[in-house]
Design a protein around this ligand. Structure first.
Ligand SMILES: Cc1cc2nc3c(=O)[nH]c(=O)nc-3n(C[C@H](O)[C@H](O)[C@H](O)COP(=O)(O)OP(=O)(O)OC[C@H]3O[C@@H](n4cnc5c(N)ncnc54)[C@H](O)[C@@H]3O)c2cc1C
Length: 428
């Protein structure tokens, strides 16, 4: 261990060293009790190489941690956590290509790109890591207009299990580069640098619409036929929230690239809101406006894609099942379509291009409703699951996450990580 410390630009923490509790921890409270034997805070690619060598020599399990948001706790271990937060460089070249360290989180990324008048389509949540998000796809408020975050990745630097450092893009190590775009984090190596083609930062319209609760079944039914076919410039998710002792709340949350007037008109095609807030602002500020400072309690999330609308009976059963909990429960419906679907399923590792929407069931870790609700909707789902929402309860996870791309991903795994150094339940 002292040899490793001598070689590091960064720091090594063990449970008895000062600072151990201050390192970047998993965001979901459910995984915060898992205490690694070592945390290596990397400040250089050489640190990543040294930590991998140390893990191989000691046979300790090693997992990379970016923003620490994994819903299945895959960036937590009893072995070695590779904390990438020190790899935090961001630069933008004259042609708009952004070079971003793997420890960067979305809040700092949007702010840095804003200073250059640029942005990338990516997710919400200021502390979500750009690496984890991109490796699994990357869904966000500009996605229906510009596609997934991984669709804008033009190159990456990766440290492989044997310690070699490779640069990959369309022309160099193209299979690895293909696999990095949507298969999920931690599969083939440790990504240290990501390069993105940015887009000009747009002015966007923030929108939050509270909906009348008189006919929730009808609203869910209408949203399913409306939101996935709306113009690409409009992205709206429908949130159905239940709290004990309070009436259901239905809220439309999203962004549009249109001015306030056309945005309001489009929304009225869907429903007449009981309260509506629309405001024009630079996209980076819009992202900040959606930041939730409350952190993440111990939640469980299950989800599935849908390529057709759920039937009225299923919608009614889903809404009925929300009742009777002793904690908050939420159904979130995210619209896909638009640019997400204009890329072939085998063009990148992300295999879910023909889906209309994504349904999330979010509740307390101990709430059996999450499984009940997922099972109600599942018979009408497409069987596909977003790799960034990993679900340990899935039976056929390989088809769910990777569809027809699984065999090609297995070949990439054999080529780049033949000894399965990077391994976890449901790894390729
Ligand atoms: C509050 C919240 C908001 C979210 N919002 C969105 C959203 O708007 N859009 C969306 O698409 N998703 C969203 N997600 C899901 C998010 O994309 C995934 O949780 C993603 O994996 C998070 O990446 P991370 O780096 O923060 O997490 P981590 O837990 O650090 O990493 C996730 C996985 O990637 C691996 N990994 C991390 N860094 C690297 C690296 N450099 N090289 C190789 N493997 C690596 C980890 O080992 C782990 O397996 C959200 C999640 C949460 C909890």
């Amino acid at each position: 261990m002292t040899e490793l410390i001598d070689r590091l630009d960064g720091e090594l923490f063990s449970p008895d060293s000062p600072g151990y509790d201050a390192v970047r921890r998993p965001v979901n409270v459910a995984f915060q009790g898992r205490r690694p034997k070592y945390v290596v805070r990397c400040r250089s690619v050489a640190d990543v190489v040294a930590a991998l060598a140390f893990a191989r020599a000691t046979s300790e399990r090693l997992v990379p941690r970016g923003g620490g948001h994994c819903f299945a706790g895959r960036s937590s271990t009893d072995g070695i956590v590779l904390d990438l937060s020190g790899l935090d460089g961001i630069s933008v070249a004259a042609d708009g290509t952004a070079t971003i360290g793997a420890g960067v989180r979305l809040g700092q990324l949007y702010a840095a790109l804003h200073a250059e008048g640029r942005t990338i389509p990516a997710g919400c949540g200021p502390t979500v890591g750009i690496a984890g998000l991109t490796l699994g796809g990357g869904i966000g408020l500009l996605g229906r207009r510009y596609g997934l975050t991984c669709d804008h990745l033009v190159g990456a630097q990766v440290v492989l299990a044997d310690g070699s450092v490779v640069d990959c893009d369309e022309d160099h190590e193209p299979e690895l580069f293909w696999g990095l775009r949507g298969a999920g984090g931690g599969q083939f190596g440790v990504v240290t640098v990501l390069r993105f083609a940015t887009v000009p930062e747009p002015t966007a319209t923030y929108l939050v619409a509270r909906l009348p609760i008189t006919a929730p079944e009808e609203l869910v039914a209408t949203w399913q036929t409306w939101a996935p076919d709306a113009p690409d410039d409009l992205t709206v998710k429908l949130v159905v929230a239940a709290e004990p002792g309070r009436p259901l709340e239905l809220t439309l949350i999203g962004a549009s690239l249109l001015a306030e007037g056309p945005t309001r008109s489009l929304l009225r095609e869907f429903a007449e809101p009981s309260a509506l807030e629309v405001r024009r602002m630079p996209y980076s500020l819009l992202k900040e406006a959606f930041d939730d400072p409350r952190g993440l309690p111990a939640i469980r999330l299950r989800s599935e894609y849908f390529s057709r609308s759920m039937t009225p009976g299923t919608v009614a059963a889903l809404l009925g099942a929300l009742d009777g909990g002793d904690g908050p429960r939420e159904l979130n419906l995210h619209a896909m379509g638009g640019a997400y679907g204009r890329v072939a399923e085998d063009a990148t590792a992300f295999a879910h291009r023909n889906e209309r929407f994504l349904l999330e069931h979010v509740g307390a870790v101990t709430d059996p409703w999450v499984d009940v609700s997922w099972s109600i909707a599942h018979p009408e789902g497409s069987g596909r699951v977003y790799p960034n929402f990993p679900d340990p309860a899935l039976d056929d996870w390989a088809t769910a996450y990777h569809g027809g791309n699984y065999a090609r991903l297995q070949a990439i795994k054999r080529a780049y990580d033949p000894d399965r150094f990077f391994d976890f339940p449901q790894a390729i």
